[in-house]
Design a protein around this ligand. Structure first.
Ligand code: KIV
Length: 283
């Protein structure tokens, strides 16, 4: 396992050298350990936490306290990857002051090295304020899930000329304002390739084709643990959900039939049989 931490200058260097960046999400200690052992470059505590771990319908209800709680758990499992905390809905939209205080919590309390926030032109002032306060920012444009109601669902963005142009302007604006990387989500592969070619900071794609500087997925999606969501851009690298289901069914069946616990999983010691307990004090 690598223990030298990945840094933001490393990511910028890798963009120059065309060394592809790998990223996945985590929400707890045990998954963070697995990802770090596997040598992932970036771990994002995404606000997808709300849907994956907390059972919300979308990411909008996620609170700062929930994000910090999970970021702290992930921090304890990581020695190598760069840890990025995702700013939840309404933690940065209202004012620069809110944004700095909340982003500061990710760094001070959560142990994150950077924060991510969604949006383009409308968040550039916030990004500038955060960078000015010494906080590293990853941008996120295209299909930004916190705008699900404005989009009318999780729909691919950048399909028409004006929308594609805006997404590209947003990405360039984020770079100019000091973001160190930009997530490109749910946009056509050729648009992502064009943006990637123009930016000097890395692009991290999700549903944005193969020509980004790096890729990110929600870990539970790529492990086949998501029971209700199968978008086209997710490749299942394992059927962990099926494995879990069959292990749970085996356990239930064995407990019910009395075959678990067996001798192998029971303790036996040589001892005198207990005397009959006469009263409640055991005298
Ligand atoms: O919340 C999240 O997990 C994300 C990534 C999938 C980019 O924003």
């Amino acid at each position: 396992m690598k223990t030298v931490p990945v840094t933001i200058p490393d990511l910028l260097e890798w963009k120059k050298n065309q060394r592809i960046i790998t990223a996945l999400t985590a929400y707890d200690y045990s998954f963070a350990r697995f990802l770090d052992e596997a040598d992932i470059d970036i771990v994002l505590v995404g606000d997808s936490l709300g849907m994956v771990s907390l059972g919300y319908e979308n990411t909008l209800p996620v609170t700062m306290d929930e994000m910090i709680h999970h970021t702290r758990a992930v921090r304890r499992g990581i020695r190598h990857a760069l840890l990025v905390g995702d700013m939840p809905f309404m933690s940065y939209q209202v004012s620069d002051q809110d944004a700095i205080l909340n982003a500061g919590r990710f760094i001070k309390e959560g142990g994150a090295q950077a924060v991510k926030l969604e949006g383009g032109a409308q968040v550039l002032d916030r990004v500038q304020a955060l960078v000015g306060a010494g906080i590293s920012v990853m941008g996120h444009v295209g299909l930004t899930p916190q705008s699900v109601h404005q989009f009318g669902g999780y729909k691919v963005q950048g399909k028409n000329y004006l929308n594609a142009r805006q997404i590209k302007k947003d990405a360039l604006g984020l770079q100019k304002t000091g973001a160190f990387a930009v997530v490109l989500e749910g946009i056509p592969a050729d648009l992502a390739a064009e943006i990637t070619a123009e930016l000097t900071i890395p692009t991290i794609g999700i549903g944005a084709g193969p020509q980004c500087d790096g890729q990110i997925l929600v870990t539970q999606d790529m492990l086949g643990m998501n029971l209700d969501f199968f978008p086209k851009f997710v490749k299942k690298y394992a059927d962990v959900g099926d494995t879990i289901q069959s292990a749970l069914q085996d356990y239930i069946q064995e407990v019910r039939s009395g075959t678990f616990p067996d001798e192998e999983h029971s303790y036996r010691v040589e001892r005198k049989p207990l005397r009959k307990v006469e009263n409640a004090n055991g005298a």
